[in-house]
Unconditional design. Structure first.
Length: 171
């Protein structure tokens, strides 16, 4: 099969295997090429471990939509790098822009990505996609203690009567 035929075949396979979850709002999807052993560990519920440095973006590429994801998978290229040399299993990771930024700075993020942020894994050879049952990404949530403080101190608007209704005329 020549290179052009292979690319056309890959594009057709990817269209047929378009089972990826939509990227949640406020998230970016990262693609990370890896090997079978690591892919099976991740599907088994383990975190994606990057060792002491914790820099995920050195080996993962950031995408804002699934079309960009497919193009990276089809070509195996991202910029000047041939990602297929890392392995044929593609891990899909959903992170907020803040989390991506923290992973770029050594020591600012843990040396792993939580398993719940891994959407699934695609075998680039067979185009079979396995979703991660633990996938539950969370965005920036409002802290719960704000609501508790409102209840505790009753910070709701207070209706003060005007002087014509018997309220104070001097404050």
């Amino acid at each position: 099969m020549c290179n052009l035929e292979f690319k056309l075949w890959m594009e057709q396979q990817l269209q047929n295997a378009n089972q990826l979850q939509t990227i949640p709002p406020q998230f970016s999807r990262l693609t990370h090429f890896t090997n079978d052993r690591i892919a099976n560990m991740l599907l088994g519920g383990q975190n994606l471990n990057y060792g002491a440095q914790g820099i995920i973006t050195t080996t993962a590429d950031i995408h804002s939509n699934n079309e960009q994801v497919w193009k990276t998978i089809i070509s195996g290229q991202y910029g000047a790098f041939n990602r297929t040399t890392f392995g044929n299993q593609v891990v899909f990771i959903d992170l907020t822009p803040y989390e991506v930024k923290m992973h770029r700075i050594p020591g600012m993020a843990p040396g792993f990505v939580e398993n719940r942020k891994i959407a699934g894994i695609l075998d680039r050879n067979t185009m079979t996609y396995k979703s991660n049952v633990n996938y539950r990404p969370r965005g920036n949530q409002k802290p719960q203690n704000i609501d508790q403080a409102r209840r505790r101190y009753n910070t709701q608007p207070v209706n003060v009567p005007s002087p014509s209704q018997g309220g104070p005329d001097v404050w």
